[in-house]
Design a protein around this ligand. Structure first.
Ligand code: AOF
Ligand code: ZN
Length: 344
C-alpha cells in the first residue's frame, strides 16, 4: 500500500520550490506505483512552465504509471491555459488514483477531480485518504495565499514594517535609515522578489525616495522584479529614484486602496507587498486589506517618533485583533515575526 501521507509531505516540500509570484499557485506532485515505490515527482516552477503533474509525468517510466497513484497538493486542473489540462494527462497515462489536498478555486481551471472521477479514476481528498491533519494542513498552506486570493478575487496582501523594539519606524527627527540591520534588509528584498507588486504611498516616495527594486545582498538586481506601485494623490517627483531604477512602475492617483488592489488584480497581480509607510499600512489594516504581516524588530529603543501603525480604532485590549503567528526567526540582531490576520 503506497504511503500517501509520506507522499503528500514530499509533494509539499517540492511545491515550496516554486515561486509565489507570477499568478500561479505553488504545487507539488508525487507519483507512486501500485507497490508504493516512487515513480517520479514534479513541481510547478511558475506561470508558463509545466504544471506539477505534467512535470512528474514527464519524468516517469510510462510502464510504471498503469494503476499508479498521483498525490498532489492541489486538485489537478481541467483547462487548457498556458499548458494542457493535467486531468487528461493523468488519465491518459493510466493513473488509477488521485489524492489531492485542496480543491482548485480558479473557476477557469477547476473541475479536474470531478472529470477524473467520471472517467473511473479513484479521486480522494487527502482527508478521505486518511492523511493526518498536520500533513494535510501543511500541504494546504503551501497554496493558501493563492487560494484565498482566487476565492476573494483580490490580491493577497503582505504588510511590511521595519521597526524599533518599541514599535517606531522613525525617530523624533524623522531619521529612519537604518533601523534594522543588513540581514533583515536582505530578507525584505527576497520578499520583494517573490511578489507581483510592491505598493507604497506617495508619502514614502517623498520622504524615503526608495527605488523599490528587489536587490541581492551584493546590490545586484534579483531575477524577478515586482511591479512598483505608488498609491496616492500627490505627484511622483520627476527625479524620484523609482523613476530612474530599471523595471515597470505605476502611479495610481487615488486614496482608495481597495480600488487600487482591484485594478492590480485586473492587471494579473495576485500577491502584493505593502511596504509603507505607516499611513498606508495603517489604512490597509483599518480596511482589513492586510492578510499577512511581516514585522522586522530591531533591538533599538526610540521612546518616541513615528509609530509603525496608528488609529486602528482599538480602544480596549479585549477589542484588539490577535493575529496568528506563523513564523518567528532571527535575522542578524533583528527578529522577524510573520503573522496572519485573525479571520484567516
Ligand atoms: C495544476 N497543477 O502545477 C498548477 C495548477 O495558465 P496555466 O496553464 O499555467 O494554468 C494556471 C491555472 O492552473 C491556475 O490558475 C490554477 O488553477 C491551476 N494551477 N494546476 O493542476 C499545477 N500550477
Ligand atoms: Zn494542471
Amino acid at each position: 500500500m503506497p504511503d500517501v501521507s509520506w507522499a503528500l509531505g514530499r509533494a509539499t516540500e517540492l511545491a515550496e520550490r516554486g515561486p509565489q509570484h507570477g499568478g500561479n499557485p505553488r504545487v507539488g506532485c508525487v507519483l507512486l506505483a501500485a507497490d508504493g515505490a516512487v515513480v517520479s515527482e514534479g513541481w510547478h516552477g511558475g506561470a508558463g512552465t509545466a504544471h506539477a503533474e505534467a512535470a512528474a509525468l514527464a519524468g516517469a517510466d510510462p510502464a510504471r504509471l498503469r494503476g499508479a497513484t498521483a498525490v498532489v497538493t492541489l486538485e489537478p486542473c481541467h483547462h487548457s491555459g498556458r499548458t494542457p489540462p493535467c486531468s487528461r494527462a493523468l488519465h491518459a497515462a493510466g493513473i488509477a488514483r488521485v489524492v489531492h489536498a485542496v480543491g482548485d478555486p480558479d473557476p477557469v481551471a477547476s473541475g479536474g477531480a470531478r472529470w477524473l472521477a467520471g472517467q473511473g479514476v479513484d479521486v480522494l481528498t487527502a482527508e478521505d485518504a486518511g492523511v493526518p491533519v498536520d500533513v494535510t494542513g501543511r500541504a494546504a498552506r503551501v497554496s493558501a495565499a493563492w487560494v484565498t486570493a482566487m476565492r476573494r478575487r483580490r490580491p493577497w496582501v503582505v504588510g511590511k514594517s521595519a521597526m524599533s523594539l518599541d514599535g517606531r519606524v522613525a525617530a523624533a527627527d524623522g531619521t529612519s535609515r537604518w533601523i534594522t540591520g543588513a540581514a533583515a534588509r536582505t530578507h525584505a528584498h527576497t520578499v520583494r522578489a517573490d511578489v507581483d507588486a510592491v505598493v507604497v504611498g506617495t508619502g514614502t516616495v517623498l520622504t524615503d525616495d526608495p527605488a523599490l527594486t528587489a536587490r541581492r545582498a551584493d546590490g545586484t538586481l534579483a531575477c524577478h522584479q515586482p511591479l512598483r506601485v505608488v498609491v496616492g494623490r500627490r505627484a511622483v517627483p520627476p527625479g524620484a529614484a523609482l523613476r530612474q531604477a530599471p523595471g515597470d512602475w505605476l502611479h495610481l492617483p487615488t486614496r482608495d486602496l481597495r480600488a487600487a488592489l482591484d485594478q492590480l488584480w485586473d492587471a494579473g497581480v495576485r500577491r502584493v507587498l505593502v511596504e509603507g509607510g505607516p499611513t498606508l499600512l495603517s489604512r490597509a489594516l483599518r480596511e482589513h486589506l492586510v492578510d499577512e504581516l511581516h514585522a522586522y524588530l530591531a533591538p533599538v529603543l526610540l521612546g518616541g517618533g513615528l509609530p509603525a501603525v496608528t488609529d486602528l480604532g482599538v480602544s480596549t485590549l479585549a477589542g484588539a485583533p490577535r493575529w496568528r503567528p506563523v513564523t518567528t526567526r532571527t535575522l542578524g540582531e533583528d527578529l522577524l515575526v510573520v503573522a496572519h490576520r485573525p479571520e484567516g
